[in-house]
Design a protein around this ligand. Structure first.
Ligand code: 6PG
Length: 469
């Protein structure tokens, strides 16, 4: 068989992607390091367009040139192992794609390694989980641009389609650009999820709403400007019953969040690049503090926390909605600032409007307002910060008083809402002429002669401070 592509790694995501390709009439060769997963896949999903292979040389020979390999194995050493197993059998211009959540610096290293040997390499961000992989994920391919056309037809065919029919897949940029874009997508995903969790906590612990009521609120919000996959699934989750011992399942789930690391990578990259992604970082930290479950139970009963009474008015639910919208805008603004900075540092020439447009369907952060982000960058491709766009500027003005009110209430009630608070601090920080950095510069100069600039003349200054310590 002259297969169009080979998928390596028959875990859940690899299997779903292979089926998605086969359903789009591509001839697919499949392979797994251990034969058991391949056998299970072939037995459970027999498909006329799929053929299994049990050794690398036959797998490689089965694919038409330039050969395309889509690796879907656990990020890390396994990816290097698969690449090394393929290399001896490849011919010039064959293409290796890695669809896992690989760290973008690993992808940069692998791109160089594979490209120097005369082959082509792509790091492909894949979002949408199992359902997306099978029926249409958002895809973020980054790698050798000249080899994009041969992979484009497969990737665009299997990708989700947005409302206007456009595939949620576009060439992102050289080397690690695709995985970088996916990494920040996950950082935004963390922020989005944390903001929704904080809205839930406010409605529940400050507003006193029941799960059913909060589910109805989220359903309602999903009809408007907050419409998104994550809001939608939250409405479902909140009304799901526990089939083990009654009540609501959400109340039976241990209040301790896991994380695989991509959100954390985003914050680390942001600190390295000198970009403020405080909302995403606060989401990581919220997961961290949640994991100290036993300690929290103990300190919650210790009397250390001294909350104050809070008045709930008729606008409370609407104020939470407005706060969520404003904070979500701030989180995406930070994510897109990070993209802009990375594009300059790595020379990726990222098209930010296109990046927003491929998030419109298929992926976890798909949301109505991504159209507005695309529109903002179409209007001004050089846009420095999303909040300077007319649409987002007016939305922040419309909703920020609610955000201030809600944060004040949460602080009074002792309900932790770090992502909401960081969103407000970010907006205020950006829109404030004096932020106290003059004093920091003075301190640095005082104890370390680090120098400072003046507001009234050019140059670098050092002062002989009167020291009295
Ligand atoms: C996606 C997701 C996915 C991610 C999970 C789990 O876009 O489909 O981002 O790639 O792995 O959401 O991530 P955490 O375990 O870190 O929450």
């Amino acid at each position: 068989m002259n297969a169009n592509i080979a998928v390596i790694g028959m875990g859940v995501m690899g299997s779903c992607l292979a089926l998605n390709m086969a359903n789009h009439k591509f001839k697919v060769s499949v392979y797994n390091y251990t034969p058991d997963l391949t056998d299970k896949f072939i037995k459970n999903h027999p498909h006329e367009n799929i053929t299994a292979y049990y050794d690398i040389p036959s797998l490689v020979q089965s694919v038409a040139r330039p050969r395309k390999f889509f690796i879907m194995v656990t990020a890390g050493k396994a990816v290097d192992a698969v690449i090394d197993s393929l290399l001896p059998y490849l011919e010039a211009d064959d293409i290796i794609m890695d669809g896992g959540n690989s760290f973008y610096k690993d992808t940069q290293r692998r791109y160089k390694y594979v490209t120097e040997k005369g082959f082509k390499y792509f790091g492909v961000g894949v979002s949408g989980g199992e359902e997306g992989a099978l029926n249409g994920p958002a895809l973020m391919p980054g790698g050798n641009k000249e080899s994009y056309p041969p992979v484009q037809s497969v990737l665009e065919a299997i990708a989700a389609k947005a409302d206007d029919g456009k595939p949620c897949c576009t060439y992102i940029g050289e080397d690690g650009a695709g995985h970088y874009v996916k990494m920040v997508h996950n950082g935004i995903e963390y922020a989005d999820m944390q903001l929704i969790a904080e809205a839930y906590l406010l409605l529940k612990n400050v507003g006193g709403l029941t799960n059913e009521q909060i589910s109805a609120v989220f359903n309602d919000w999903n009809k408007g400007e907050l419409s998104s996959f994550l809001i939608n699934i939250t409405a479902d989750i909140l009304k799901e019953k526990d089939d083990i011992n009654g009540g609501y399942l959400v109340d039976k789930i241990l209040d301790s969040a896991g994380q695989k690391g991509t959100g954390r990578w985003t914050s680390i990259a942001a600190l390295e690049q000198g970009v403020n992604t405080s909302i995403m970082t606060s989401a990581c930290n919220a997961r961290n503090i949640s994991s100290f479950y036993a300690k929290r139970q103990q300190l919650a009963d210790s009397g250390l926390k001294q909350p104050l009474p809070v008045q709930i008015d008729a606008d409370f639910v609407e104020d939470v909605r407005r706060s969520l919208y404003a904070a979500k805008i701030a989180a995406y603004t930070q994510g897109f600032e990070l993209y802009k900075s990375a594009s300059q540092i790595h020379d990726w020439n990222l098209n930010l409007g296109e990046v927003a447009s491929i998030f419109r369907a298929g992926c976890i952060i798909k949301a109505k307002f991504l159209n507005n982000i695309t529109a903002a960058y179409q209007k001004n491709p050089q846009l420095d910060n999303l909040l300077e766009d007319d649409f987002f500027f007016s939305k922040i003005r419309e909703n920020q008083l609610s955000l201030r009110k809600i944060i004040a209430k949460a602080v009074y009630a002792g309900v932790p809402i770090p992502a909401f608070s960081n969103a407000m601090a970010y907006i205020d920080g950006l829109c404030t002429k004096t932020v106290g950095a003059n004093l920091i510069q003075a301190q640095r100069d005082y104890f370390g002669a680090h120098t400072y600039k003046r507001i009234d003349r050019d140059g670098i200054f050092h002062h002989q401070w009167q020291k009295h310590y």
